[in-house]
Design a protein around this ligand. Structure first.
Ligand code: PMP
Length: 404
C-alpha cells in the first residue's frame, strides 16, 4: 500500500477552510489533530440512529449502543495488540496516567522511588508529584542530552532497589524524540519496577504493539489520534489491572454494593465509574478503523519527508534555534526565533493562515533544561502536504523579518 496525501486530506472537511483570508496550514496536530469524516459521521450516526446509556441494556437501543461501545474497545485492543479486558476507556491520556499513579501509589511507602525523565509532559509529572507530596515518594529525573536524546545510561543509573515505577514518554511532544523504550523496559523489569509509557504522541506516528514491548501500562489520548476529545486509553497488562485498586467510585464499576460492604467489577469496567464517554469511544473506534485502512509506514515516511523539507528550507536561517535534534525523531519542530517571543511568532504566523503552538508545551522542566521560557512548535500530521511545508517556511521567514 502507498499513501496518497490528497486523498487522505479530502476526508478532513475542516482542511478546506480559510484563516485570515489564507488557506489553513494546520501545524498544531501534536496539540490536537483534526477529524476525518469517518469520525464525525460515526458520532452523528450514533446520536441520530442508536443512542442510549451502556451496560444497562434491557432495550434495543441500550444493547446496540453497548455493542458499539464494546466494539470500539475491541478496535483499540487490536490496534495495540492487547486483550479486550486490558483496555480501559478514560477521559484522556492525562486521566489514564493519574489512574495508574494513584493506584500504584496506594502501595508505595516513604522513600520508594519513581523514575521519570526531564522530557515529560506535565501529565506524566504532576500525578507523581502528588505521591511525593502525599506519600513521601522520591522522584528522580533522567537527563536529556543537548541534542534532545534521552540519556539512557543516566536513566539506567537511577534505577535501584527502591524503584517502583519508571514512567516516560514514548515520543516527546516538544523534541519529537522517540525514546529507546525497549531498553528502558528491560532495565526497569530487571529491577522489579513497573513501566508506564506515555504514548500520546507516539501512537499517532507508529504502530505500537504492547505485547512485543512487554510494557505494563501504555496510555494515549483519542484526540491526537484523529479521534474526538474526551476519550483516552489506558492499556494495562491483565495482571497489572487486576492488582490495581479502583480509581473512582460510582455506578457500573461495582460487583455488589451493600450498606456495610462493596465488591468491585473486574477490569476494565472496574475503572470506568459512571456513564463513560460513549460517543467519544465510538468516535475513537471509527478513527482507528479509518487509520487501519491506511499504510502507516508510508505515512511515517511522508511525515519524515515533510520535516526534512522544512529543515532544508530553513537551513540558512541563522536566526532560528531548533530544540531537539535526536536521530530518527518524529515530525515535530520546536524552535525559537532570535529577538522574538514565541507567542508573537505564533500570532504573526496565524496571519498567514499557519497554525502553530507556542508556550511551554506543558513541559516546563524541559524548557528549563534548554534554557528557554517558551518555544514555538510546528507539528506535522498525515494530512500535511509539501506545499504546506513550503508555505510554513515562507511564512516563518516573513515573520522573522518583523523582528530583524
Ligand atoms: N503526554 C503527552 C506527551 C502529550 O503530548 C499530551 C498532550 N499534550 C499529554 C500527555 C496529555 O494528553 P491529554 O491532554 O489529551 O490528556
Amino acid at each position: 500500500m502507498a499513501f496518497d496525501v490528497e486523498q487522505a486530506r479530502a476526508d478532513f472537511p475542516i482542511l478546506s477552510r480559510q484563516v485570515n483570508g489564507k488557506p489553513l496550514v494546520y501545524l498544531d496536530s501534536a496539540a490536537s489533530a483534526q477529524k476525518p469524516r469517518a469520525v464525525i459521521e460515526a458520532m452523528s450516526r450514533a446520536m441520530e440512529h442508536s443512542y442510549a446509556n451502556v451496560h444497562r441494556g434491557l432495550h434495543t437501543l441500550a444493547n446496540e449502543t453497548t455493542d458499539a461501545y464494546e466494539a470500539a474497545r475491541r478496535a483499540v485492543a487490536r490496534f495495540v495488540n492487547a486483550g479486550e479486558g486490558e483496555i480501559v476507556f478514560t477521559k484522556g491520556g492525562t486521566e489514564a496516567i493519574n489512574l495508574v499513579a494513584a493506584g500504584l501509589g496506594a502501595a508505595m511507602a516513604p522513600g520508594d522511588e519513581v523514575v521519570l525523565t526531564e522530557m515529560e509532559h506535565h501529565a506524566n509529572i504532576v500525578p507523581w508529584h502528588f505521591l511525593r507530596e502525599r506519600r513521601g515518594v522520591v522522584l528522580k529525573f533522567a537527563p536529556v542530552t543537548d541534542d534532545g536524546r534521552l540519556d539512557l545510561e543516566g536513566l539506567q543509573a537511577l534505577i535501584g532497589p527502591r524503584t517502583k515505577v519508571v514512567a516516560l514518554t514514548h515520543m516527546s511532544n516538544v523534541l519529537g524524540t522517540i525514546n529507546p523504550v525497549a531498553e528502558v523496559i528491560e532495565a526497569a523489569h530487571a529491577a522489579g519496577a513497573k513501566v508506564l509509557l506515555d504514548g500520546c504522541q507516539a501512537i499517532v506516528h507508529q504502530a505500537v504493539d504492547v505485547k512485543a514491548l512487554d510494557v505494563d501500562f501504555y496510555v494515549f489520548s483519542g484526540h491526537k489520534l484523529y479521534g474526538p476529545t474526551g476519550i483516552g486509553i489506558l492499556y494495562g497488562k491483565a495482571a497489572e489491572l487486576a492488582a490495581l485498586p479502583p480509581y473512582q467510585g460510582g455506578g457500573e464499576m461495582i460487583g455488589e454494593v451493600a450498606l456495610e460492604k462493596i465488591t468491585y467489577a473486574d477490569p476494565p469496567h472496574r475503572f470506568e465509574a459512571g456513564t463513560p464517554p460513549i460517543l467519544e469511544a465510538i468516535g475513537l473506534g471509527a478513527a482507528i478503523e479509518w487509520l487501519n485502512g491506511l499504510d502507516r509506514a508510508a505515512i511515517a515516511a511522508h511525515e519524515a519527508r515533510l520535516y526534512a523539507r522544512v529543515r532544508e528550507g530553513l537551513a540558512g536561517a541563522n536566526w532560528l534555534k531548533v530544540i531537539g535534534e535526536a536521530p530518527g525523531k518524529g515530525a515535530i519542530l520546536s524552535f525559537t526565533v532570535d529577538g522574538a517571543h514565541a507567542h508573537d511568532v505564533a500570532q504573526i504566523l496565524d496571519r498567514y493562515g499557519v497554525a502553530v503552538r507556542a508556550g511551554t508545551h506543558c513541559a516546563e522542566p524541559l524548557m528549563r533544561r534548554f534554557g528557554v521560557t517558551s518555544s514555538a512548535r510546528a507539528s506535522f500530521a498525515l494530512y500535511n502536504t509539501e506545499g504546506e511545508a513550503d508555505a510554513f517556511v515562507d511564512a516563518l521567514t516573513r515573520t522573522q523579518a518583523f523582528f530583524a
